[in-house]
Design a binder for this molecule. Structure first.
Ligand SMILES: [Fe+2]
Length: 306
């Protein structure tokens, strides 16, 4: 891995800042790492080493402002900016003081109208375990307490354009796809820049620049069940789960934050290597692709985005 490394952070719009701070700390179990002059609040998971992975800001409408991928180093950032420009994608340099503890970012809009950022520098605050004989964490901050922000599923009309941009310019690989009734058109694609089963998923949807879910990785299936217990005990609005996907084989739950932004807490999924051929799920098997056990889709899962 030498180019784009992983999803790094995202900026989420929430309707009530204080209610959302309580949700992301007490229920999700993230750690607040800072607040900036514009009122945005920054969080990381206990295990993440960089300063933040989730930023929230109060707004009238829920949804995601932007999605950022960390890249290897400054040279990679500069090269990817040139590559984007040569591919015909305009970029904007965002100054280093625009976000807390974050270096310069390269911002661009994908064909599905989502705003993406690339960056290489963020203050490392560590995971609290140190780097010598770090041991195993035995007491987290409580709540769901995920390992990391893992991936996003986002929707827009020009799926082909965003898919091709991510593969041809940013070096992602196609891992799985769902095809339409014609057997050829991609209705959804799962892409990876790493050995994860996916780092981002695009779904064809007329509603450009929309978020289906932000996903957090848990350690095990037992932790997924624990997350379900936490959600029920804390009155979180559940979408569906616990269940297993056919696609990526992850075991998961979907639920909503207090603003209606869907999130996922999952474990599992296979490891991807670049020599692996993509899996294709046909239109007739879409139920099993999404919800492997019931083999039936849930209307809310298909229709609600922010
Ligand atoms: Fe997901």
């Amino acid at each position: 891995m030498t180019g784009v490394l992983r999803p790094g952070y995202c900026q989420l719009r929430v309707l009530d800042l204080n209610e959302s701070i309580r949700f992301y700390t007490d229920v999700m179990g993230l750690i607040e790492t800072g607040r900036d002059a514009s009122g945005r609040v920054y969080f990381k998971t206990a295990d993440e080493r960089d300063h933040h992975s989730v930023i929230i800001r109060e707004a009238d409408q829920a949804g995601m402002d932007f999605y950022a991928f960390k890249v290897l180093d400054k040279r990679t950032l500069d090269k990817l900016e040139v590559d984007l420009n040569e591919y015909g994608v305009a970029t904007e340099r965002m100054p280093a003081d625009g976000l807390l503890e974050t270096g310069e970012r390269v911002r661009f809009v994908a064909p599905t109208k989502h705003v993406f950022e690339l960056y290489w520098e963020m203050t490392e605050v560590g995971d609290g375990q140190g780097y010598i004989n770090p041991g195993v964490r035995v007491d987290g901050p409580g709540g769901i307490c995920p390992i990391r922000l893992d991936h996003w599923q986002i929707h827009g009309a020009d799926l082909d354009g965003s898919r091709d941009l991510f593969i041809n310019v940013l070096g992602f690989h196609l891992v799985e796809r769902i095809t339409g009734e014609d057997g050829a058109t991609d209705m959804a694609v799962w892409l990876t820049c790493s050995t994860k089963a996916h780092d981002i998923a695009f779904v064809r949807d007329e509603r450009d620049n929309t978020l289906h879910h932000a996903s957090y990785l848990l350690e095990s299936w037992e932790k997924v069940l624990h997350a379900a217990d936490v959600m029920s005990a804390k009155g979180v609005s559940l979408d569906i789960g616990p269940l297993r996907h056919g696609i990526t084989r992850g075991c998961t739950i979907y639920a909503f934050d207090p603003s209606g932004n869907r999130f996922e807490t999952f474990s599992g999924g296979y490891a991807f290597y670049p020599d692996m051929k993509p899996y294709t799920w046909t239109h007739e098997e879409i139920g099993a692709a999404i919800f492997y056990h019931t083999r039936e889709l849930n209307e809310r899962f298909l229709t609600v985005v922010t």
